[in-house]
Unconditional design. Structure first.
Length: 633
């Protein structure tokens, strides 16, 4: 879940690395560090626990004007967030302070090394001294050990760059690792060599003129490179300022594709908003349009997908769908279950990805898996996809990040086209996932029994959706006032029925993630079966109560809360006097069909969480203990 950046070229590496880490800080912000080479070719390290600003202060004080370096922002797995546990780690003899004199290699690492204890024992027997609690330090010492052997003639070394002692050392070291890694290494005395390796943790290479960038994702490349190379598992990149060679860890050189990078600096900036999260909330009218663009066919009254890699005839034989994801993606999957079962009459099962891999449920022939993920790197979701793929089931991805591991390993899939989502708490990716699932419900419905006229009605409702979301954003001033009123509450309940139940879960999660207020989502009717015990004058309940099929039932549940003096915030249809008489506060949202209403209602719930968190002084873009891309199980 950490962010890594590397640079080799002609510019000052430290400045570019710090800028890149700032763009990657959403991937981890427990500590940060960088390594560059000094004028004599020795390794110099700057690192500090805490936010990136601490590292920036160290870099300003004194850092060599090197043109090669690597950097890291950490989300801790092994070892507390301390200066000593921060990356980079140095392999070789001596202390970190003496690294310039004695260290042979510096590395940054994203992932988890499962066999680090056994490797550590062997390295300690060789005389290596460990100075951190991390699993990553093992990699640095292991590369140093392999390099010593290569330089002494104990490994096959040739004049080819892929067979140089430094690259051979990396290849031999990673062959001994069990687990996941996105890895960068620089070497003392090698001012124009950066080696990268990937297994289960993303790495991309930005190609410039006389320079190369390497990062965990494309965001640090924006504004600096216009071409990109996506590394695959088991690939090693040998990078200099002028050359890029990609080799397979075990099989030698491979041909790599250089693709255009369609990402600007504005895409990864805040564009005048106070937080990325607020910017991304306001982007949703456009991201919803992007999710639908080119995917609606009025001629056939259906949805059109270019990447499923399954024919309509094959899809007609699907008799069951499994949707899997984690966190917000799991809530989107629940929404998709309601949609697909209602409109396509297909049985749908929603599984926590973290449980699916280990449950070993009986899954019949004719079952299709959709793995839902924003980043495409979520370790639990990837493991679930691999398990069902191993059993022979077709696997598809609903994903936002092009070239990500899940997008690559799935048999096919659908991209969200939501653009970079920097805020840790997902907003625009959630609504885009819901839109894609609605498109799938339309697609499977038309494959099976949905009439042409019904399909056209469905399309018309989808086409109105961006404008309805834009109208929902206009409620922000009212929401800000409500947030001020309830900012000090210690518990919230979120209640909805049918399609609004998954949204109740998502609204509660948003509040928990960024404001640290305890919140729970329930089907509104389930409230009386236990959670009603929590109701008191200090516990607000957020009711999702638009006009619709279950409106009268939810009104009854609302009255049960009011009878116990619980304050009620209602998200309701415009001009609903009945709700206004009962609720303490009302947020009006434009009417939409029942099956799309939660996408519209997601906007006020996101804004409510955001403004409460801001009023409480929380860092909404970087909530404590969380990171954007969860690449560990």
């Amino acid at each position: 879940m950490c962010g890594i950046v590397g640079y080799v070229g002609f510019r000052r590496a430290a400045d570019l690395i710090v800028e890149g880490l700032r763009r990657l800080e959403y991937r981890g912000y427990d500590s940060a560090g960088l390594a560059v080479l000094d004028e004599e070719g020795g390794i110099e390290i700057r690192k500090a626990a805490g936010r990136l600003s601490r590292l920036e202060s160290l870099v300003r004080e004194h850092t060599p004007d090197a043109s090669i370096g690597i950097g890291h922002t950490r989300w801790a797995t092994h070892g507390a967030p301390t200066d000593g546990n921060a990356h980079p780690h140095v392999g070789g003899c001596g202390t970190v302070a003496a690294a310039a004199a004695s260290g042979s290699v510096a590395i940054v690492h994203n992932g988890v090394i499962e066999n680090f204890r056994g490797l550590k024992t062997g390295l300690e027997a060789e005389g290596y001294v460990f100075r951190s609690e991390t699993d990553s330090e093992v990699i640095a010492h292991l590369i140093d050990s392999c390099l010593r052997r290569a330089l002494a003639g104990g490994s096959r070394v040739t004049d080819e760059p892929a067979d140089s002692p430094w690259v051979v050392a990396v290849r031999e070291a990673i062959a001994q690792l069990r687990g996941t890694y996105g890895l960068l290494a620089i070497f003392a005395g090698c001012p124009d060599l950066l080696v990268a390796a990937r297994l289960g943790s993303p790495l991309v290479v930005g190609v410039g003129d006389g320079e190369h960038f390497i990062a965990s994702d494309a965001s640090p490349l924006a504004g600096h490179a216009d071409r990109i190379v996506y590394l695959a598992d088991h690939e090693v990149a040998v990078v200099t300022s002028d050359t890029l060679r990609v080799i397979h860890r075990d099989a030698g050189r491979v041909e790599h594709s250089v693709l255009p990078l369609d990402l600007s600096a504005a895409d990864v900036g805040m564009n005048g908003f106070s937080h990325f999260m607020l910017k991304e909330i306001h982007e949703q009218p456009e991201t919803i349009r992007a999710a639908m663009r080119g995917r609606l066919s009025r001629d056939d009254a259906t949805a059109v997908f270019g990447g499923l890699n399954l024919t309509p005839a094959q899809l007609q034989h699907v008799n069951r769908i499994v949707l899997t994801g984690c966190g917000t993606s799991w809530h989107a999957a629940l929404f998709g279950e309601y949609l697909i079962e209602e409109f396509a009459r297909l049985p749908v099962e929603v599984e926590y990805a973290s449980e699916l891999r280990y449950r070993n449920p009986p899954i019949d022939e004719g079952t299709l898996l959709f793995a839902i993920t924003q980043s495409g790197e979520t370790a639990d979701t990837l493991a679930a996809l691999r398990e069902l793929k191993r059993k022979g089931h077709p696997t598809l991805a609903i994903c936002n990040v092009v070239g990500s591991t899940i997008a690559t390993e799935a048999d096919g899939g659908i991209y969200l086209h939501a653009g970079p989502e920097i805020g840790v708490a997902s907003t625009k990716a959630f609504t885009s996932q819901c839109v894609v699932l609605a498109l799938l419900a339309l697609y499977f419905g038309r494959l099976r029994h949905m009439s042409y006229e019904k399909g056209l009605d469905f399309i018309a409702a989808l086409e109105r959706l961006p404008d309805l979301v834009a109208q929902a954003l206009e409620s922000e001033p009212v929401i800000r006032t409500i947030a001020e009123k309830y900012r000090n509450a210690s518990t919230f309940l979120y209640l909805g029925r049918q399609y609004n139940f998954p949204l109740a879960l998502e609204g509660a999660l948003k509040l928990k993630e960024i404001s640290y207020i305890h919140a729970e989502g329930y089907p509104a009717a389930e409230m009386k079966h236990g959670p009603i015990a929590l109701v008191d004058p200090l516990t607000p309940s957020v009711f999702l109560i638009p006009q619709g099929a279950v409106y009268d039932k939810v009104i009854l549940n609302l009255e049960e809360i009011k009878a116990r003096k619980g304050p009620v915030i209602a998200v309701a249809s415009p001009g609903d006097d009945r709700v206004r008489e009962l609720a303490d506060d009302v947020i009006e949202v434009p009417d939409a069909p029942d099956f799309l209403q939660p996408i519209v209602e997601a906007i006020p719930l996101q804004l409510l969480a955001y403004h409460i968190a801001v009023l409480r002084g929380c860092d909404v873009d970087k909530p404590r203990n969380l990171a954007k891309s969860v690449t560990v199980e």
